[in-house]
Design a protein around this ligand. Structure first.
Ligand code: EPZ
Length: 422
């Protein structure tokens, strides 16, 4: 397994262009199945999760190429409606293929995605939403068989604003008969991007970004060319790394409005942030201040996907901060690893009480999930001495060549791939 070796203590500096959003590209790739022909997507990052999604689409009969950030996907030859279990297990979020496959073929078979390090990852809201549109769902062990002769519009209320469930319902409803409304819908920018893509294909969807989305079903959709939004979580990760190393970094190709909650937190911590169009400048020459209380909640509140990264900054802050995780029940596993680097953090239920320390010390640590891994990289950049981050395949799921990106900002970081003992 690859590992990253980091020599900490050097402030990041320079300019970086932010990659396209993984969590926008994945549902958009799934939605491409709703039309026959060639869809072209620009600004798609080169990530393990994108590779898995493209492999699933190829298994279903599509032709897919991903070169230089552009995906060309021909769905004309898609003829299989069942998603292989082995591929589903590689990426849980492939569950949002159910909606497009059901709309295209009238039936699909997928598998329970199962839990992961950060939580149970339930899919009850996905299934309830598709049933409301007229789908019959049968669960045989971990297999989920879904059939619908005709999908019909419905009024759907989500008990929790689930991102994936909102996306699945939007995609299934796009070709349903009549109007669908989703109330208490997720409001994330990636939902807005999915609406933009579907409408570019000829769908009639309104309200994405608010808590009520209206979809008027149409007869058919047409493939299109579309550019994916910037990745707000990668941008946020770089911003925290700049602050934690007391550097000066300029981020290009961002949408600052998608990062309002993080910008607010960083400014409360004493970090200088300047926003100018799609450029964000982050600077910090002094020790950060503690931030009394941060609670992760659905967008536009503070995102769970930036919780572990901000915890590293607070671990170095002057004072005591409280970080409460309300989205995933298992998303504080990075605390143990940070404590091994000298952080002073106490966890009680889903809240972390962080007493800032003057410095962290390099150690060998293990990534337990995508964003926890990114947080450990930030800790290594800020720490005194050498840090080795193991199990970095988690990080490669969401960050395009993270060591190259950070080295471009002056970080002393290298990837080691152990030679297979043949
Ligand atoms: C999306 O996951 C993102 N993934 C996650 O990013 C992100 O953390 C999450 O939204 C929250 O913002 C993608 O977009 C591919 P949810 P998703 O459905 O759709 C519960 C990353 O690091 N829930 O909003 O799975 C669920 O258990 C990843 O890039 C149900 O109870 O998130 C969880 O506690 C990690 N029933 C909460 O809702 C359901 O049917 C949030 O889940 C669905 C979800």
């Amino acid at each position: 397994m690859d590992k990253l070796v980091i020599e900490g203590g050097k402030p990041l500096s320079g300019t970086i262009v932010i990659q396209g959003a993984k969590n926008a590209a994945l549902p958009i790739l799934a939605a491409s199945l709703l039309a026959d022909g060639t869809t072209t997507l620009d600004h798609v990052p080169d990530l393990l999760d994108i590779d898995v999604m493209l492999n699933i689409l190829r298994e279903l009969g599509c032709r897919a190429e991903h070169t230089g950030g552009t995906v060309v996907l021909d769905t004309e030859t898609a003829h299989i409606s069942h998603v292989p279990e082995s591929l589903m297990r590689q990426m849980r979020s492939s569950i949002f293929l159910m909606g497009p496959l059901l709309a295209r073929f009238g039936e699909t078979q997928v598998y329970q995605p199962g839990g992961c390090a950060i939580g149970e990852r339930k899919i009850d809201l996905h299934l309830e939403g598709l049933q409301a549109l007229g789908a019959e769902i049968e669960e045989l062990g971990n297999r989920i068989i879904c059939r619908a002769d005709k999908l019909r519009g419905a009024d759907i209320h989500l008990s929790f604003p689930s991102v994936g469930a909102t996306e699945n319902i939007m995609m299934a409803a796009a070709l349903a008969e009549g109007r669908t409304t989703i109330s208490n819908a997720a409001r994330e920018p990636e939902i807005q991007d999915l609406q933009g893509f579907l409408n570019a294909m000829g769908a009639k969807i309104m309200g994405a970004g608010t808590d009520t989305i209206t979809i008027d079903g149409v007869q058919s959709l047409t493939p299109c060319r579309y550019k994916v939004i910037p990745d707000r979580i990668v941008a946020g990760t770089v911003m925290v790394a700049a602050a934690a190393t007391r550097g000066q970094v300029t981020l290009q190709n961002t949408q600052p409005a998608h990062l309002s909650s993080l910008i607010h937190v960083l400014r409360r911590a004493g970090v200088q942030i300047v926003v100018d169009g799609d450029i964000i400048k982050v600077g910090s020459a002094t020790r950060p201040r503690a931030v009394e209380r941060i609670v992760t909640s659905p967008y536009p509140a503070f995102p769970t996907d930036l919780q572990s990264q901000v915890m590293v900054l607070l671990a170095l802050a002057d004072g005591v901060s409280v970080l409460k995780e309300t989205i995933f029940e298992g998303r504080l596993k990075h605390v143990d690893e940070l404590s091994r680097m000298g952080a002073d953090i106490r966890v009680d239920m889903n809240a972390a009480f962080i007493r800032g320390v003057p410095r962290l010390y390099g150690a060998t640590v293990e990534a337990t999930d995508l964003r926890a891994g990114a947080a450990l990289v930030i800790a290594g950049l800020a720490a005194q001495g050498k840090t080795v981050v193991e199990q970095i395949h988690h990080i490669d799921r969401g960050y395009e060549k993270i060591e190259t990106m950070l080295a471009r900002l002056g970080a002393r970081i290298s990837r080691y791939s152990p030679v297979p003992n043949n």
